[in-house]
Design a protein around this ligand. Structure first.
Ligand code: ADP
Length: 996
């Protein structure tokens, strides 16, 4: 039985040959294996060629959570496995290790797979090896067995580990403290975070793979080793202060901690450094503050003590003050008492009384006042007293009061005051100022004494007096009547005398009147003449003789008034008028004097009549108006010239009377506005009507300002004429008169038509811009051409020189000479382009302005001119030269060019050149004087023009650009240049350099 059992069908042949002993051994071995199979912790599953499970050991059943019955017959592709890869993706049955091993015949190792454990309802992770099994001589496996271990737990702890490592890594890299991880065995840093880079200045690459001593972080390298030793003992060094060095060499204070950590079974050192340099500084500052606070406290203590002393002193002063105060109080009390006395007194006197301050403001009345007037203190205070005065008197009373307040004088006045019954009574008022020692009025004291009674008595007295007089008179009359008859005789006698006297009196009166009349005539300035009907003068004032230049008035009598007219037409016109109206007035006419000269007069003439109304002749009054006429003529003339001037200057003037609104324009203003003065009346709105709409607001602003501030305003605005054309006017407006309140009442202004000027200005600006542009372009052009020309020129020169060298012996004399000319020409062209380039560079290159020592400038120029100086033995002297803000490089060139010329254009004598500089206002005037050949004065201006030379190249080599460069350098800094020279007498070049 057993034998049969162990012999499988396919092995029957072998089995047959087996000895029973062998079978025994085999059986034992099989048993051992089977036990092993069943007891091993690895799961083992056999699958046939189709993948169906044939058998599985106990471990497999436990791991997969299935019984052998549940498993047998199940294939790898069975969906119930719910197999997955590690990343959670589906693990199809066809790709299971067993299936792959069957298919490929190869062993599959360490495949990781998750399968669903129905017992615990969770995924179980297994690591699988699949081994295909072959029958002898067969290439395809007939079955496969898989062994697998349960790695669920390990996987979970792996994941946890990963997670915690990730957390660590995050904490490590994002930490604000500088951190490193160092391998314990070799001390090399394997990682450092960003904060470490920032704090210590080493990049990640510079840090990793090095130890901290290599980086020089430890100030004392031995300190590191000591720390490591301590760390190994304690497993951790808590936070403590350390000073480290950084890459830049700066020392920093850090709070430093170290601990051992374990990553994936290995031990590392984790360091943490927190920068506390700032904190240290703050701490130090705090310390200092604390110290200064202490010091302050000390000082305060001292000053406090001092204060205590002062307080004591103050207390003494205080006591004194209190003492004084008590005294004052006493005085005050006494004063108050005396005031009360006064008030009592005042209230008990029979008069009304009052008191006012120095301005006359009444602040107190006695009770009698209020009793009499029936008023209250509120009504009366200040100037309220006027209410109880009679309207006819209040004016004069007030006037007298105020004038005496001003004068500070006492005075009396009498006037009626209204009582509370409404009746007025007469009061005598006496007002006295109360003054201080300096005589300044402090108050006024007044009393009003009722004098109505007095007045009444006075009136009665008057009446008595009158009746007494009447009586006396009556007595006298009766007495007189008695005497009368006696006198009648006497009277008749007297009358006779009297009539005689009357006659005399009448004569005298007439005489007096005639004299006074004559006096008037004689004393008037105007000429008076009386003529008969024919015009013959019968009477003339001496002023008439003077006016018409007669020596004596008599000479004038008998002459005809008609002869004093200059023109006969005027005379006839006057006669006509007189005949028609009997008189004429203010007739202005030219008159003739006795000496034949003419003058302007204004005549008034009228007939005079006799007692019967018959015309007797006429009287004329003549006034000399020469002066007025002259002024009028001058005025006309000046008006005309003003008109003319305005016309020429296109200036119109105007006046605006703000009070009446009247506006007047000068003639030219009408013409500027293109309107006819005969039909156009300017008004305030005329300005607005013609104003360009865009300018209205701005002009109104100016006008408003002018009216409110009263200051002159000058501004431009545009007007649109009737024909649509636009003119630009400049206006200057100012206040000509202010009213009483200081408000402008009259504005005057001038408007100038500046349209053409504006146009020209615009065009000029345009032209300047264009000119500047074209200048710039020209300079650019000169620069580019001179720069670019030099290259081909050099080529020509060098090839010509090559030709000369190589073919010298093959060419004839002429050819060689021609080549020589060509070389010379090319060289000159090269020199010219070089100079031109330099010329154009002056404006194109950036200038370097700084204080420049002109002694140094001269020195440099002379170094550059070493060769010609030595060749000619030139003697160059100079005065002290200044330091000026300038461009050194260009100024060396300036000196070099002028001095170079002075040497080049030397005469037969040894060249002597002298340089000097003098300060004038805000510039230096330089001069460079030589004793060379000189120049004819008419060419002096030309030499500064580019390419202008006074000599041929055969005489003196040159390009004609040197002085143009010089001029440009001088002009560029705002200076001037000129030369003074005569042939044979040397030349002096002058130029100025502004100081700023
Ligand atoms: P260049 O010297 O190259 O001809 P410049 O512009 O420097 O050109 O001078 C222009 C001309 O002015 C010269 O050709 C020369 O005739 C005249 N000139 C300049 N400096 C002097 C001088 N110091 N004495 C006489 N002539 C001079």
């Amino acid at each position: 039985m057993i034998k049969k059992n162990v012999c499988l069908q396919s092995e029957e042949r072998i089995c047959k040959n087996m000895e029973s002993e062998d079978i025994q051994k085999l059986q034992e071995s099989e048993e051992r294996y089977r036990n092993l199979f069943e007891t091993m912790t690895l799961g083992v599953v056999y699958q046939d060629v189709k993948g169906q499970i044939i058998s599985a050991n106990t471990a497999a059943q436990e791991i997969l959570g299935l019984t052998i019955d549940q498993m047998q017959g199940r294939t790898s592709t069975d969906p119930r496995w719910k197999s997955v890869h590690e990343d959670g993706s589906d693990y199809p049955g066809k790709t299971h290790p067993a299936m792959v091993a069957l298919k490929t015949g190869k062993i599959i190792k360490n495949a990781i797979m998750g399968v669903f454990d129905p017992k615990y309802k969770q995924t179980r992770w297994i690591k699988i090896n699949a081994t295909p099994q072959f029958r002898k001589n067969e290439k395809k496996p007939y079955q496969v067995y898989t062994t697998f271990e349960d790695i669920t737990k390990r996987k979970k702890s792996d994941e946890a580990l990963n997670e915690s490592e990730e957390k660590f890594s995050k904490a490590f890299h994002s930490n604000s403290a500088a951190m490193t991880v160092t391998r314990l065995n070799d001390g090399l840093i394997i990682d450092a975070n960003e904060s470490f880079e920032t704090l210590f200045g080493y990049t990640h690459e510079e840090t990793v793979g090095h130890n901290t001593n290599e980086l020089g972080i430890w100030l004392d390298p031995q300190e590191r080793d000591a720390k490591v030793e301590q760390l190994l003992k304690q497993g951790k060094l808590p936070l403590h202060e350390v000073t480290f060095g950084t890459k830049t060499g700066k020392n920093i204070n850090v709070l430093f901690s170290v601990e051992l950590i374990h990553i994936k079974g290995k031990t590392f050192i984790l360091t943490t450094s927190m920068d506390i340099t700032e904190r240290k500084k703050v701490e130090e500052r705090n310390q200092k503050l604390l110290e200064s606070e202490q010091q302050l406290t000390e000082e305060l203590k001292t000053s406090n003590e001092e204060l205590l002393v002062t307080t004591e002193e103050l207390q003494i002063v205080n006591e004194e003050l209190v003492h004084q105060g008590n005294k004052l109080l006493k005085i005050n009390k006494a004063l108050r008492e005396s005031e009360k006395h006064f008030h009592d007194l005042a209230d008990n006197i029979p008069n009304l009384a009052w008191m006012a301050d120095e301005t006359g403001w009444i602040f107190w009345y006695n009770t009698q006042w209020y009793d009499y007037t029936g008023t209250t203190p509120e009504e009366m205070q200040g100037w309220g007293w006027q209410k109880v005065h009679h309207p006819d008197y209040v004016g004069s009373v007030t006037e007298e009061w105020t004038s005496n307040i001003k004068a500070g004088k006492a005075y009396d006045n009498t006037f009626p005051l209204k009582g509370k019954d409404g009746n007025y009574r007469w009061f005598l008022t006496r007002v006295t100022p109360i003054k201080d020692e300096q005589g300044k009025v402090l108050r006024w004291f007044g009393t009003n004494t009722n004098i109505t009674e007095l007045k009444r008595v006075q009136k009665r007295n008057q009446k008595l007096l009158e009746s007494e007089q009447l009586l006396t008179e009556e007595l006298t009359t009766s007495n007189e009547e008695l005497q009368a008859t006696t006198h009648e005789l006497q009277d008749a006698n007297e009358e006779l005398h009297h009539n005689e006297d009357k006659l005399l009196q009448a004569y005298n009166d007439l005489k007096t009147s005639e004299e006074s009349f004559r006096g008037i005539i004689e004393n008037i300035q105007d000429a008076y003449m009386r003529a008969d009907k024919e015009g013959t003068i019968i009477m003339a004032s001496s002023s008439a003789a003077r006016m018409y230049r007669f020596n004596l008035t008599q000479e004038m009598l008998g002459t005809s008034t008609l002869s004093y007219f200059k023109n006969s037409e005027d005379r006839d016109f006057a006669i006509e008028k007189l005949k028609k109206h009997g008189k004429y007035n203010d007739y202005e006419v030219e008159a003739r004097r006795n000496d034949g000269t003419f003058f302007w007069v204004s005549q008034n003439a009228q007939y005079y009549y006799d007692n019967h109304g018959e015309i007797q002749g006429y009287e004329t009054i003549v006034r000399d108006i020469t002066q007025r006429k002259k002024i009028e003529a001058a005025l006309k003339k000046s008006e005309r010239s003003l008109d003319k001037a305005q016309q020429i200057a296109h200036i119109g003037s105007w006046e605006w009377n703000i009070k009446t609104g009247d506006i007047s324009w000068s003639n030219e203003l009408y013409s500027i506005y293109g309107v006819d003065p005969n039909s156009f009346t300017p008004t305030l709105s005329s300005f607005g009507d013609y104003m360009h709409p865009d300018d209205e607001e701005y002009v109104n602003q100016h006008v408003d300002q002018l009216l409110s501030e009263g200051k002159p305003h000058n501004f431009d605005f545009r007007i649109v004429l009737d024909d649509g054309s636009i003119r630009v006017l400049n206006t200057l407006a100012e206040v000509a008169r202010f009213d009483k309140n200081g408000k402008p009442s009259m504005i005057v202004g001038i408007n100038q038509d500046i349209t053409e000027r504006k146009d020209i200005e615009l065009k000029l600006n345009e032209n300047i811009t264009k000119l500047a542009q074209s200048n710039k372009e020209l300079e650019q052009f000169a620069y580019i051409t001179s720069h670019d020309l030099r290259e081909p020129l050099r080529m020509i020169t060098s090839f010509l020189q090559l030709l000369e060298r190589r073919y010298n012996d093959q060419l004839d004399q002429d050819a060689n000479e021609f080549i020589g000319f060509a070389v010379d020409g090319a060289k000159r062209l090269d020199a010219m382009t070089k100079d031109l380039l330099q010329y154009s560079k002056i404006t194109t290159e950036k200038r370097d302005i700084k204080p420049v020592d002109f002694e140094y400038v001269l020195e440099q120029a002379l170094i550059n001119l070493k060769v010609p100086i030595e060749k000619t033995n030139a003697v160059i002297t100079h005065d002290p030269l200044p330091i000026i803000n300038s461009d050194e490089h260009l100024k060396v060139q300036l000196f070099q060019n002028i001095i170079g010329n002075a040497i080049k254009y030397h005469s037969k004598e040894t060249p002597k050149i002298h340089i000097s500089a003098i300060k004038e206002n805000n510039q230096y005037l330089f001069s460079i004087k030589d004793n060379g050949i000189g120049m004819s004065p008419e060419h002096l201006k030309r030499i500064f023009t580019i390419f202008q030379r006074l000599h041929t190249n055969e005489e003196y080599e040159g390009t004609g650009i040197g002085l143009s460069i010089v001029q440009k350098i001088v002009h560029q800094q705002g200076g001037q240049i000129w030369v003074e020279s005569e042939i044979g007498k040397g030349s002096t070049f002058y130029f100025t350099i502004p100081i700023e």
